[in-house]
Write a protein that binds this ligand. Sequence first.
Ligand code: AN7
Length: 358
Amino acid sequence: MAQDLNRPASDRLTWRGVVEEYRSFLPVDEKTPVVTLGEGRTPLIYASELSKEKSCQVYLKYEGANPTGSFKDRGMTMAISKAAESGSQTVVCASTGNTSASAAAYAAKAGMTCAVLIPEGYIALGKLAQALVYGAKVMQIRGNFDQALQIVRELGENSDKVTVVNSINPYRIEGQKTGAFEIVDGLGRVPDFHFIPVGNAGNITAYWKGYKEYFNAGISSGLPKMMGFQAAGSAPIVLGHVVENPDTVATAIRIGNPASWDNAVAAKNESGGLIDSVEDSEILAAYRFLASRESVFCEPASAASVAGLLRTDIPKGSTVVCVLTGHGLKDPDVAISQITVPDAVDATYEAISKELGV
Ligand code: AN7
């Protein structure tokens, strides 16, 4: 019997990626060629220091542990699998960085061409490096994310040769909702509060959809309040109008006109939650707190969820999940800006013991 080189020789893989693991909740069938890098099953870390601080049980859903270092992989395995099913050869996206890295990786896995539009000067170094090394065609535009997304929308409307893999592609939302399933599976219950950063608002839309589907299927017996946080300089949903020139240290969520705006508001309203903003200073304080006190290194945008938790009054004893959407190594420039790089020391035992004071 000929060996199918597209499949592993062993069927004993314990985790097969989110599409196989949650197949019955996803729009796939036997004709769908599943393109996976084994995404999902990310750590749900008990945050002892935050729990003390808030007198709650706080957990961190660490999405930086996905194959390309962000939550985008959950949606991308679906979007690229469906693009492959439809025979698409080329995918395109606009991105503040993580979508481009993820699209580049999954497209390469599927043997597709990937083109990405990114805002010049406002994408973290790790993400740019990833997209290039995975082999995407990277176009830096002299404009911001919102302008890039507008161009990508037009490309999608005018050409049947390219598939858009931004979260306006509904399969992205389908894949990303598996984050909610994992939280409920992991906790054995629904959290009371779900804190999440909001940029283009696809992820808050996806989590809310996931929580509702588990509830409607009778797997869970409640729903969390959805607590979304934008960066103050890029907070269109909070302000109630488009922000023409969004600005924040958290470049991942430097978005002034979110594609899933209405869905984010619906998630907030239906769940009795909140969409608020956090200052860059609060984002960076939460970022340092997470690394130094919880030993969890995330990127600045991710820390917006915890910055939101720190500034929000919630009942003592609540069960809280904060989603940390991307890995800290994505943005080395911000990391370096937050610390002092130590001077070099002589390569001698004496110099080192003096330095250590031992
Ligand atoms: C780390 O990569 O929009 O509200 O183009 O990278 O679903 O947009 C990234 C968004 C939060 C916001 N945290 O999620 C992109 C992009 C991180 C992110 C968000 C992003 P959405």
